[in-house]
Design a protein around this ligand. Structure first.
Ligand code: FUL
Length: 480
């Protein structure tokens, strides 16, 4: 932290999100659905040699999945249309290794269509995971022949199933059926996606959404969205390091698991910066795919609440995986936990108590000439920020009667980049002096601060440092 010159600050805030990144971040909470050959073979990573006849989800009901996802409060669903074993959940014209040669709906089924249709029906956005690594395809490792195959499959998925909000490109990579490795033509893949679905975010190995660096639901205390442009290559490095010469990438030793990837110090020597928001991907069970022996290891509502608060409340999106069982249904334990999470989210963030308070701010008027009341509306239409060069901002809410406070939500107007570097939250107890109850660093798209049921008539937020000037878009205070 600390002042390092306006010029440097200006450079940092020049990294702003694209429209598709803003729309993606506003979704906040998404569900992953890992389903496919592994569900039936019991594997996490299939070999690609599994018989199509194994795939037989006799009771598959995509509406049951989507209803549970919606109930949990998630706004999007990402389906593993093809995992590393190469088996396709849709009847691709480019391979025999798909649902069309399985007993599922007598070979006439299309799981991708069923899920995409159910998503449309429930108003949940649909996204596709298409593993670049393919252990079944005879073309894998043959350069352009495999790129053609992958692009053909992408085209099928992006033209046949309506709007797709995300194409999730996994970094895991190894040998194909013929023992060869493939060096993917990423630029070609990205160009095809942009052309067919311009609003789609390309996640993980793509330029729009960054992997948080682990699969355990761990969010950095300071999760930055403005990072070095080299972070985009981090997924690639992880793959290539197993096989090839990575010197061209390794000259800049950045990887996506480092703790500090976005502080002022970390970015000082980085010549190219990008806006690249993080996604926390984690499973509701130990595995990504369903295994009966994990039925008693489903995350509890309490555990999911913690995950949600840390991920969504820590400037990342939460991508929570729920794997359907061999019947093609979410298990009742998973459904129960999802329901509890949804009830928590809906019940907790129901009514903004700031609406009942008198609000005061320093400065009195913000950069647009309006007052802090603008922060009551959760949109980018109105906001409250300081003028350039003024890096601080104080907000105070005073209620007529004592409130019991559980959570505080702070949001920056990310269209102006991510700016806040440090802030504190304090309150004044019935008898006694102002007490600091939280010291924070980043805010970004959304910060949820736990207030642990403090009782007070006065809550104070102090932004103590920011790049150029802080610009907030929303503040919500929740409790009783
Ligand atoms: C990883 C894969 O290897 C896992 O099987 C899973 O799909 C996870 C989300 O990404 O890289």
């Amino acid at each position: 932290m600390g002042y390092s010159g306006m010029e440097e600050d200006m450079r940092l805030v020049q990294a702003t999100p694209s429209k598709r990144q803003v729309a993606y971040q506003q979704m906040e909470f998404l569900c992953f659905v890992h389903f496919g050959m592994n569900t039936f073979s019991g594997n996490e990573w299939g070999t690609g040699k599994e018989e199509e006849s194994l795939f037989h989800p006799a009771k598959l009901d995509a509406r049951q999945w989507v209803a549970a996802v919606k109930d949990a409060g998630a706004r999007g669903l990402l389906l593993t249309c093809k995992h590393h074993d190469g088996f396709c959940l849709w009847p691709s014209a480019y391979t025999e290794h798909s649902v069309k040669n399985s007993p599922y709906r007598d070979g006439k089924g299309d799981v991708v269509k069923e899920v995409a249709d159910a998503c449309r029906e429930y108003g949940v956005k649909f996204g596709v995971y298409l593993s670049p690594w393919d252990r079944n395809s005879e073309y894998y490792g043959m350069g352009k022949a495999y790129d053609d195959y992958y692009v053909n499959q992408l085209t099928e998925l992006l033209t046949g199933y309506g709007d797709v909000f995300s194409v999730w490109m996994d970094g895991a990579c190894g040998e194909g059926a013929n023992g060869k490795v493939q060096r993917y033509d990423w630029e070609r893949y990205f160009e095809v996606i942009r052309r067919l679905q311009p609003d789609t975010v390309i996640s993980i190995c793509g330029p729009d959404v960054r992997w948080c660096g682990n699969e355990a639901g761990i969010v950095r205390p300071s999760e930055w969205s403005v990072v070095s442009a080299d972070m985009k290559d981090a997924g690639l490095i992880a793959q290539l390091s197993q096989q090839e010469d990575t010197s061209e990438f390794r000259e800049r030793p950045i990887d996506c698991t480092m703790q500090d990837i976005g502080s002022r110090q970390a970015l000082r020597k980085e010549p190219r910066l990008i806006y690249y928001p993080a996604e926390t991907d984690v499973s509701i069970r130990p595995g990504w795919f369903y295994h009966e022996e994990e039925d008693d290891k489903v995350r509890s509502v309490e555990n999911l609440k913690e995950l949600y608060l840390k991920a969504v409340g820590g400037n990342t999106s939460l991508l929570l995986n729920i794997p359907p069982d061999r019947n093609g249904l979410f298990h009742e334990r998973d459904v129960e936990s999802l329901k509890g999470l949804g009830e928590f989210i809906r019940g907790t963030f129901l009514k903004n108590l700031a609406q009942e308070a008198k609000v005061a701010a320093t400065p009195v008027k913000g950069r647009d000439g309006n007052g802090p009341e603008a922060l009551l509306t959760d949109s980018y239409e109105s906001g409250f920020g300081n003028v350039d060069g003024e890096r601080e901002l104080t907000l105070e809410w005073i209620w007529d009667e004592e409130k019991e406070l559980d959570y505080l939500i702070l949001k920056e107007d990310i269209r102006f980049s991510q700016r806040v570097e440090s802030f504190s939250v304090s309150y004044v107890p019935e008898s006694g002096a102002e007490t600091v109850c939280y010291d924070g660093t980043v805010i970004g798209y959304k910060k949820i601060v736990p207030l642990d049921g403090i009782k007070t008539r006065k809550l104070i937020v102090r932004i103590t440092d920011a790049r150029v000037a802080p610009i907030l878009s929303y503040v919500g205070v929740y409790g009783k």
